[in-house]
Design a binder for this molecule. Structure first.
Ligand SMILES: *Cc1c(COP(=O)(O)O)cnc(C)c1O
Length: 360
């Protein structure tokens, strides 16, 4: 079976540091997590980075950092993983689904202007499947209307637009280190930002509400524990070093796929000029006359794992029942996109030929 994903981390790379961690007995809040966050800050050219247990907890705490309340509205990209809007539901915030571009799969800028209201307290822009295309424009509009921008860059580590890294355009940026993402720590995530005034909030809230003061903890607020352990940090450090090479490699594979599949009527997710795309997922819109789900089944029967692109948030059973506000393009993309295996050594030719056989 040709698997859909393959983590870019091997035991050999981590075993020495793992041994040191086990020998020292220092399993959390240690030097490795500090190192990982420092490396992340340097890599992204950003002031602050805090590790979390996932992108979901990262997004959730960002909403709290902005002091969003029940009944507030947040405009959110509609083509994403449901975690993006689940965190809003959790706080009683109303998601206002913004439809996406059929070629980049990212939030259409005009949707913000169409859907903004007095209740709009933030925008969550999703870098769909790692693609940052259009984030600069969204940033510009958010600044114009003075609405805070949160980037769901869960998939977008290493991507950039106009030389600026995904996750660093908004007031707050969130990342995921789940195994489906390019850099994985098993589970994990991070929040990044430049604004110094957020620093104290994250330091306290991510530390059970405590500040360390005169040699003891003073619980000045209530808080959470969303910490990433030391062992996980080692995995992150190792992959971050290789990330740019991995991204180059994946772009080569993307090129090869496009060469084979474009002539067959498959349209790859498009990227704007000035964009570095990490190719988190290799996604095509399938030709109109074929059934995407039949193709996934056929590929599976031929030893190839594949899946849909991602989800139309407004179209989940939950959101459909609650809001009845399905966005057309996002729904089309959920139904018509295909993710193919993408990593070093994947047999693009065999996969493409199998797709061609399905068509004939
Ligand atoms: C994967 C993903 C998430 C959730 O990430 P976790 O780390 O699993 O919480 C959120 N948003 C997007 C766009 C994702 O792709």
């Amino acid at each position: 079976m040709i698997k859909l994903i393959q983590p870019y981390i091997h035991f050999d790379e981590v075993k020495e540091d793992f041994k040191e961690i086990f020998d020292s007995g220092w399993l959390t809040k240690g030097k490795y997590i500090q190192q990982f966050m420092q490396n992340l800050q340097d890599y992204m050219n950003i002031q602050y980075a805090y590790a979390t247990t996932s992108a979901t907890t990262a997004l959730s705490i960002c909403l709290k950092a902005l002091n969003l309340q029940s009944q507030d509205e947040v405009i959110v990209s509609d083509f994403s993983f449901p975690a993006t809007s689940n965190v809003l539901e959790d706080l009683g915030i109303k998601p206002i689904f913004a439809d996406v571009c059929l070629s980049t799969f990212n939030m259409l800028p005009e949707e913000i202007e169409k859907k903004i209201s007095e209740k709009t307290k933030a925008v969550i822009f999703v870098h769909a499947l790692g693609n940052p295309s259009g984030v600069s424009k969204i940033q510009e509009i958010c600044r114009h209307y003075k609405i805070p921008l949160i980037e769901d860059a869960a998939c977008a580590i290493g991507s950039s637009e106009c030389g600026k890294k995904a996750g660093t355009f908004g007031e707050l940026g969130c990342f995921s280190f789940h195994p489906r993402k390019l850099l994985t720590t098993g589970e994990g995530g991070a929040v990044v930002f430049n604004e110094e005034s957020f620093k104290e909030f994250f330091e306290i809230k991510l530390n059970h509400g405590a500040v360390f003061h005169q040699d003891k903890f003073d619980f000045v607020d209530f808080g959470y524990n969303y910490r990433l352990p030391e062992l996980q940090a080692v995995m992150g450090i190792k992959q971050l070093k290789k990330l740019d090479n991995i991204i180059q490699e994946r772009n080569q594979i993307r090129k090869a796929y496009i060469q084979y599949l474009n002539p067959l009527g498959f349209q790859a997710q498009e990227i704007n000029k000035e964009v570095v795309f990490n190719v988190q997922s290799m996604v095509f819109v399938v030709p109109k006359n074929i059934c995407r789900d039949d193709l996934i089944t056929y590929l599976y029967q031929n030893g190839i794992e594949s899946t849909l692109g991602t989800y139309c948030l407004s179209g989940t059973t939950f959101c459909k029942n609650k809001y009845n506000a399905i966005q057309k393009n996002a729904k089309f993309l959920e139904d018509s996109t295909l993710t193919l295996p993408c990593y070093k050594g994947v047999d693009v030719e065999y996969i493409s030929q199998t797709i061609q056989k399905f068509l004939t």
